[in-house]
Design a protein around this ligand. Structure first.
Ligand code: GUN
Length: 282
């Protein structure tokens, strides 16, 4: 058996087409959704991510600004900029690309962004709302995974989801979102003993460990759904955390890298920004 491949890229394109129409309809009501992305320093990978975010915004007709600051910008200067953006009524979404340089506290920056403009869904107020099952901005990668699973008609209720990775960006929130959908969730991480004994139990296996080829066919239950969130460069080539070629012979559904989860992340950022604009103007 060879698994059905779930292409996030195609779904992302379909959703962005719908969003383009929505943005255009909002413009006729004088609502202009706007995202501001802030980046410190010139790390090539981070720069490529933020350029992608800006390009995607522009493609759906959404206003976007990219603010590039020198790496030596002080925490105070960054907090002052965030406060200015919080107060600016034309700005609906604020995203500070992480990680920020070591002399600045990630958490302080996350908490400075007004929760109503926190399109990353990282502010503790939004994380708390997600934990208590309320509507809010959900973190973009976990939310993208949820939308992919739903669009692929994969039942979540009662399913055993095993997640490898416990980051605040992906592992923890994706577990929470799927728990909210009545899945049974197991979190595994670097200190988990006998990882395979857990992964073999998974109806849905989500791998967000950042380790190339961590998971292959022998770690997967026959017919499981495998979601690969890994973004690794091996010999210059983009690759996930799952050995795709062997895993696809065992899984029922699998996401590739690239063209899998990645394109959904930016799509959900656009979704959150439109949502922010609609909320503020309602
Ligand atoms: N760095 C890597 N992924 C992300 C993300 O989703 N949001 C922000 N702000 N920074 C990131």
């Amino acid at each position: 058996m060879s698994a059905e491949v779930i292409y996030g890229k195609q779904l992302a394109e379909d959703l962005r087409q719908e969003m383009k129409e929505e943005v255009s309809a909002l413009h006729t009501k004088d609502i202009r959704p706007k995202l501001v992305v802030v980046i410190l320093g010139e790390d090539p990978a981070s720069m490529s991510y933020v350029k992608g975010k800006q390009r995607a915004s522009e493609k759906i007709g959404m206003d976007s600004d990219l603010i590039e600051l020198p790496v030596e910008t002080s925490e105070r200067e960054l907090l002052d900029l965030i406060e200015k953006l919080n107060q600016d009524p034309t700005v609906h979404g604020i995203l500070v690309q992480l990680p920020v340089p070591d002399h600045i506290s990630d958490q302080k920056i996350i908490e400075a962004i007004h929760p109503e403009k926190d399109v990353d869904g990282f502010h503790p107020a939004n994380v708390g709302k997600m934990m208590t099952g309320q509507d809010t901005f959900f973190p973009c990668t976990p939310y993208g995974i949820l939308v992919m699973l739903k669009r692929a008609d994969i039942t979540l209720e009662g399913k055993h989801v095993v997640i490898i990775g416990r980051s605040n960006l992906v592992g923890k929130p994706v577990g929470q979102l799927l728990l909210n959908e009545n899945a049974t969730v197991t979190h595994c991480h670097s200190r988990t003993k006998n990882l395979q004994s857990h992964t073999k139990q998974a109806d849905i296996l989500i791998v967000a460990a950042g380790k190339p080829s961590l998971i292959s066919a022998e770690d997967i239950k026959e017919g499981a759904v495998v979601i690969d969130v890994g973004v690794n460069r091996v010999d210059g080539k983009l690759t996930g955390d799952v050995d795709f070629e062997s895993a696809k012979e065992v899984a029922s559904h699998i996401t590739p890298v690239p063209k899998g989860v990645g394109p959904m992340t930016i799509t959900m950022l656009l979704h959150n920004t439109i949502k922010a604009a609609k909320r503020i103007h309602n």
